[in-house]
Design a protein around this ligand. Structure first.
Ligand code: KG4
Length: 357
């Protein structure tokens, strides 16, 4: 089956073409530079940019895949969760193409797609049998908009085990980087800064570990950590007139360390409570080397195979994972084509609310 995937859920206009389980092209037009001055994504600007770029990105994806638009069998489009004005652009484009060329549309949940992103590859590595053999599985999404751990007894059956009650992990890293004057998106810069911290320096981390007293261990929370960083920066500025390079390196390291320790501490508590074979990880933060190292260790300790997306690029928002998700659901017979007139965005689309046909 040849699928045209479309994702415009946040600040990336992405279009991909896949044939069965093989990704033929995966084009991503990032708006990050545009949103940099706002320190986060500005929804109306995102919508305008998606509208301006989408036809161009579709053309690029089809050309690279060497597929003509009338050769595709279906369109897979993200309907949520995401920014409402941004989602709308991808959905209207999907409807337009579907009507014009008489194609089927599959409506896809962006979080499920992040969890399936390790199965979205440019080689012939995956087929339905192999994918099914990885379940029961845990799914972890660590992105700019979500921090979510789920248990999937099988594909399409999800139980949320932990999620954030305020900021998402990527959002927390972006906000921390902003406080340190490092720009947007902050996760990658913060990672680089943290790597500069001299090895072997044994200092006490001056920042708090979030929710350390919470016995529930089913929640992530990052807003307190961000405020603690802000207060510490204000204190240093008042004492010394500003942050020096060493301060920035140290604080990046300490902040990232606490953010990641909070994530792994909660996951570590939950993993032994369920029987699973695999830990599937997706989302922009999954490209971070330190978090990969810590998650690999956790998976190993719990006898789980851990799977990440094939490239760093595939960790963040991309349309290949949307096409792959449609392919998996279609092969299993658990997705119905959407009504081309009635298809609507669901900005708050929860993974537990996905319906299996
Ligand atoms: O999945 P994604 O593209 O989606 C959302 O926008 O939700 O993730 C973007 C997030 C940003 O917060 C960005 O700072 C973070 O992923 N990120 C990273 C790294 N690369 C991207 N965080 C930590 N380390 C990285 N290397």
């Amino acid at each position: 089956m040849i699928i045209l995937g479309i994702d415009t859920s946040c600040d990336e206009t992405s279009v991909a073409v896949s044939k069965d389980y093989k990704v033929l092209s995966n084009k991503i037009w990032s708006q990050a530079v545009l949103h940099a001055s706002f320190g986060g994504v500005y929804p109306t600007l995102a919508k305008r940019e998606h509208k301006e770029k989408i036809d161009f990105v579709i053309k690029k994806a089809l050309t690279q895949a060497m597929v003509k638009i009338d050769e595709i069998d279906a369109i897979a489009v993200t309907i949520g969760p995401g920014l409402a004005p941004a989602l709308e652009v991808g959905i209207s484009k999907a409807k337009e193409i579907a009507k014009r060329y008489n194609k089927t549309i599959f409506a896809i949940n962006h979080l499920e797609a992040h969890i399936f992103s390790p199965f979205s590859t440019s080689s012939d590595k995956w087929n339905l049998k192999k994918i099914k053999s990885k379940f029961p599985a845990f799914g972890l999404v660590i992105s700019g908009g979500n921090t979510l751990l789920i248990y999937a007894e099988k594909i399409g059956h999800y139980k949320v085990l932990a999620e954030t009650i305020d900021d998402a992990l990527g959002e927390a890293l972006d906000k921390g980087a902003r406080i340190l004057g490092l720009g947007y998106p902050g996760g990658p810069v913060l990672e680089k800064m943290a790597q500069l911290k001299a090895k072997g320096e044994k200092e006490k981390n001056p920042l708090p570990l979030p929710l350390v007293q919470d016995p529930r261990n089913t929640r992530f929370s990052y807003s307190g950590l961000k405020t603690a960083l802000l207060r510490l920066v204000e204190k240093i500025e008042a004492e010394r007139g500003g942050l020096g390079k060493k301060d920035i390196i140290d604080l990046s390291y300490f902040y990232q360390d606490r953010a990641f320790s909070h994530l792994t501490r909660t996951i570590k508590y939950i993993l032994p409570q369920y029987k699973a074979k695999t830990l599937l990880v997706g989302g922009g933060v999954a490209s971070n080397i330190e978090i990969r190292k810590r998650l690999r260790k956790l998976a190993h300790e719990n006898g789980l195979e851990i799977l990440f997306p094939e490239t760093k690029r595939n960790c963040g928002d991309n349309a290949a994972m949307i096409a792959t998700t449609a392919q998996i659901r279609e092969s299993l017979g658990i997705i119905k084509p959407s009504n081309k007139d009635k298809l609507e965005r669901i900005p708050n689309f929860k993974i537990e609310d996905i319906k299996n046909a």
